[in-house]
Design a protein around this ligand. Structure first.
Ligand code: SF4
Length: 473
């Protein structure tokens, strides 16, 4: 079993977690959470877990791997029966201990049991941890769930909602939490709403999820997104909404639309596939290249590529085939094997691209290494010209709000202008979507999103943890 993450440097940004919660007495909450985690698997593939409350006791099963791997023994699920459950999938940071950081975090404190799952990143995490350690707290893992658990234990409040609200006042950063006690479930979204959390309804209860695609999977109906700074309490009395902080400017991570979310999810009431198509159409308006066909890099760029093709009046073709059976654990090829031209994850289809002027659509360029490889692959398969169109602006700054990104000096657009990048990736043309064009497609004000990785304007000021991370890279 893997105990620690060690992976080849990833080209893409990665969402770090997916959370799910269900309060539905009379339903098989364990099975439904298990299915919901399948729907959220794209948000994290390195650990998974489910905690279930029967009204008195909370039990938890978690492990390293995909949902199917963690729960391959059905007895694990059968042992978990109750009326409410929380579930989690996680994408770990490099060199991180996997099992100890797997969630839900199950803790017992003087007022009982809590199970906590979260998505995001507290930018004052190290400061809070050191303050708590000085008061005697002992931390086992490196997660922000544990920070919240200790703050709750130290709050001095006996009533759990008061304890949570008091604890949240210390947190700075991007976060969604679901906290489950034996009797209640509490959904929390940070005052800027950087990470998503939606509310759904079932016949006999409610569900909370990072993405609405999980609602379709469990047969729940979308109600609304949780507001920034809102706390939702679900228990035998139904649903109650409270504020723990006044809403700041709304700053949802714009990458949810561009890349992270599943195309069948809706965010702010907008379907992700349709938004990506709109981004593609706008991209083609800004860069009306002459070509013979359009193809997208699977899977996240396919929706946008169809928009580019529509706008340019060109056929949309399957220029690449992706091998869907390569998991995170597969053995990375050595440089010698790579030099032989071994294509494991992606293959360009010669019969489709040979002799053609190809528009290749991608959602982002981070380090530039994948773009280089893909352009080379298309040329090797006989493409006459390769025009790269990107459905986001150049990424010039790292993320400190829970998205796994390389350090600033590894971001190709932080070091080079567009023409230099074009030459580096060996494209005939390179066009990025403008920030203005991107925001117009999303149809919200400029201040409605976090766009910091495109312009370095962070909605929540960074403190020394974030700056230290930047120095260390
Ligand atoms: S910095 Fe970029 S990836 Fe991070 S929350 Fe903001 S938009 Fe999303």
């Amino acid at each position: 079993m893997r105990t620690e993450v060690s992976r080849a440097e990833s080209e893409k940004f990665h969402e770090e977690c997916g959370v799910f919660g269900i309060y539905a007495p009379g339903s098989d909450v364990t099975q439904l959470t298990y299915y919901a985690l399948y729907a959220l698997q794209h948000r994290g593939q390195e650990s998974a877990g489910i905690a279930v409350s029967d009204g008195k006791v909370i039990r938890c099963e978690k492990g390293v791997g995909l949902v199917a791997e963690v729960f391959q023994e059905t007895e694990k699920l059968e042992q978990l029966q109750g009326k409410a459950a929380v579930g989690h999938v996680r994408y770990a940071r490099s060199n991180e201990e996997l099992l100890i950081n797997a969630q839900p975090l199950l803790v017992r404190y003087r007022n009982g049991h809590l199970a906590i799952v979260h998505n995001g990143n507290l930018i004052n995490r190290y400061r809070l941890r050191s303050q708590l350690e000085r008061k005697g707290s002992i931390f086992q893992a490196g997660t922000d769930s544990e920070v919240l658990a200790h703050l709750i234990a130290h709050s001095g409040e006996d009533e759990i909602i008061r304890a949570i609200k008091k604890s949240l006042l210390y947190l700075r950063g991007a976060y969604t939490y679901i906290v489950m006690t034996p009797e209640k479930m509490v959904g929390i979204r940070d005052p800027y709403g950087i990470r998503p959390l939606s509310l759904g309804k079932m016949a006999n209860g409610y569900v909370l999820s990072s993405e609405t695609c999980a609602f379709d999977t469990v047969g729940a109906e979308f109600v609304r997104d949780i507001e920034p700074g809102e706390l939702i309490i679900i228990d035998k009395n139904g649903l109650q909404s409270e504020r723990f902080a006044p809403p700041k400017r709304q700053a949802l991570c714009v990458f949810e639309y561009i890349y992270f979310a599943r195309p069948d999810s809706n965010i702010h009431g907008r379907n992700v596939h349709l938004v990506r198509k709109r981004l593609g159409r706008r991209l083609a308006q800004e860069h009306p290249v002459e070509a013979d066909m359009v193809t997208g890099v699977p899977d996240s760029s396919l929706s946008a590529a169809s928009g580019v093709a529509e706008q340019l009046g060109l056929p949309y073709e399957m220029g690449f085939v992706k091998n869907r059976y390569i998991g995170r654990t597969f053995i990375q090829p050595s440089p010698e094997i790579r030099a032989l031209g071994v294509q494991l994850k992606l293959n360009a289809v010669r019969q489709i691209v040979e002799g053609k002027r190809v528009v290749m659509v991608d959602d982002s360029i981070v380090r530039g290494t994948t773009s280089m490889r893909i352009v080379k692959m298309l040329r090797h398969a006989g493409a006459k010209e390769v025009h790269v169109l990107v459905t986001s602006p150049p990424v010039v700054a790292p993320c400190y709000y829970g998205i796994n990104t390389p350090a600033r000096d590894e971001l190709i657009a932080a070091r080079m202008g567009v023409e230099e990048i074009r030459r580096a990736i060996d494209a005939d043309y390179l066009g990025f979507l403008s920030e203005e064009g991107m925001l117009e497609c999303l149809n919200l004000s400029k201040d409605g999103f976090c766009t910091a990785c495109f312009n370095g304007r962070y909605p929540i000021a960074l403190d020394d943890f974030a700056l230290d991370k930047e120095r260390r890279g």
